[in-house]
Design a binder for this molecule. Structure first.
Ligand SMILES: Cc1cc2nc3c(=O)[nH]c(=O)nc-3n(C[C@H](O)[C@H](O)[C@H](O)COP(=O)(O)OP(=O)(O)OC[C@H]3O[C@@H](n4cnc5c(N)ncnc54)[C@H](O)[C@@H]3O)c2cc1C
Length: 357
């Protein structure tokens, strides 16, 4: 398809697109982005679509999220598309076992100037009468979080990188990375990327393959500390008890969450090991989500299940992403392991990659 480039990017999710944008904007040379299916076909098209600061549990993550958040506030101006952000807020609910951690998290957010209120169960019941607070000992509310549109974000990046002469090749799968010299420990630098449509000579290969990043890294002799975890999303039909201006509600004890979606709700839960291309629907998980929904918001008992899907969160052991060479040969770069927050972090992920060139 293309015979040569300076940089080949492997993966067309939000991280690959942001990487392409930041590299192209910095004038890094001729860039080709490979996507085996269509842009957004991986985790980026299967998320809960939340932009958040409230999820942050450590100072480094919070610093990245704040920078990403401010980049998103200027996204329309910078990239010419609306990300459809609705800051309806984020409500975290803690039972006995999770209250101490939530209190600590709230302190970190408040110390860093992120608007975060501490609420008791009575206050939650008063503001959100649809919620069962019988077992709630502490809650926090952050007004600045809310849903946005991942497809518009990806479209914004894709349109701009094309204008910056990046070639996006959909339906083209990378099948290997080639290196100078003998394969093995003393492997030389990257010389190109093999694809199912031919070889592309290039000095730099960027692994932004999301859940497939472990496989791509093995081509470079690198074992990444990645763990792919399947999470199920369920969307219901109309739920009059949960109106459209309801916040994202997170039930920390079981990592279950809910937010309005059109005139119904979207709910998510689950953390099961799965292969990168897992697309099945785990009935047991769907039932667990519904069971928790009926406990936490009893009015949801009457809701009709409309659609459900499973997505993969590419998690790392440390909880921090992997950006840079990861100990691989010269010219091999990773930008992966963004776990459950890759959409939030995408603008920063692209910026960070620049520092590793
Ligand atoms: C249920 C769920 C809810 C989530 N909710 C949120 C949320 O609310 N907010 C948030 O910020 N994050 C959320 N996330 C996380 C977020 O979706 C991910 O962190 C993010 O999408 C990762 O983007 P990525 O570009 O690294 O991976 P992906 O989007 O998976 O992109 C990788 C791409 O690489 C392609 N690819 C793989 N191998 C090859 C190859 N050999 N050749 C060519 N192409 C290849 C794949 O087809 C894929 O399109 C959620 C995730 C899940 C599963």
């Amino acid at each position: 398809v293309v015979e040569s480039a300076d940089i080949v990017i492997i993966g067309g999710g939000v991280i690959g697109l942001s990487s392409a944008y930041h590299l192209a904007k910095a004038g890094a040379g001729k860039i080709v982005l490979l996507e085996r299916q269509q842009l957004g076909a991986g985790s980026s098209g299967k998320s809960a679509a939340m932009l958040s600061l409230q999820f942050c549990r450590d100072a480094a993550t919070l610093a990245m999220a704040r920078r990403a958040y401010s980049r998103y506030m200027a996204f329309g101006e910078e990239l010419g598309v609306a990300i459809d952000f609705h800051p309806t807020g984020w409500l975290s609910l803690a039972t006995d076992g999770s209250a101490a951690a939530l209190r600590q998290q709230a302190a970190l957010l408040q110390q860093n100037g992120v608007a975060t209120e501490l609420l008791d169960a009575e206050e939650v019941a008063y503001r959100y009468p649809a919620l069962n607070v019988d077992d709630i000992v502490l809650a926090t509310f952050g007004p600045d979080d809310g849903p946005f549109d991942p497809h518009m974000i990806m479209q914004g990046y894709a349109r701009r990188v094309r204008a910056l002469s990046v070639q996006i090749l959909e339906g083209v799968q990378a099948t290997g990375i080639r290196f100078a010299g003998e394969p093995g420990f003393h492997q030389g630098r990257v010389t190109g990327v093999a694809t199912d449509h031919g070889f592309i000579a290039a000095g730099i290969a960027v692994n932004v393959a999301g859940p497939w990043a472990g496989e791509v890294a093995r081509w470079a002799g690198v074992e990444l500390p990645l763990r792919n975890a399947a999470r199920t999303i369920v969307v219901t039909g109309p739920t009059p008890a949960i109106p459209a201006d309801y916040p994202f509600v997170e039930d920390l004890e079981v990592e279950w969450y809910l937010r309005p979606e059109l005139d119904g709700v979207l709910m998510g839960m689950g953390d099961r090991p799965a292969p990168p291309d897992y697309a099945g629907l785990d009935e047991e998980q769907v039932e667990a989500i519904i069971e928790r929904a009926v406990h936490r918001a009893p009015a949801l008992e009457d809701a009709r299940l409309q659609t459900a899907w499973t997505g993969i969160r590419p998690l790392t052991e440390s909880g921090q992403p992997i950006v840079g060479s990861a100990g691989g040969p010269d010219g091999f770069l990773c930008n992966c392991g963004w776990g459950g927050v890759g959409l939030i972090m995408a603008p920063v992920a692209g910026e960070m990659l620049l520092f590793t060139l």
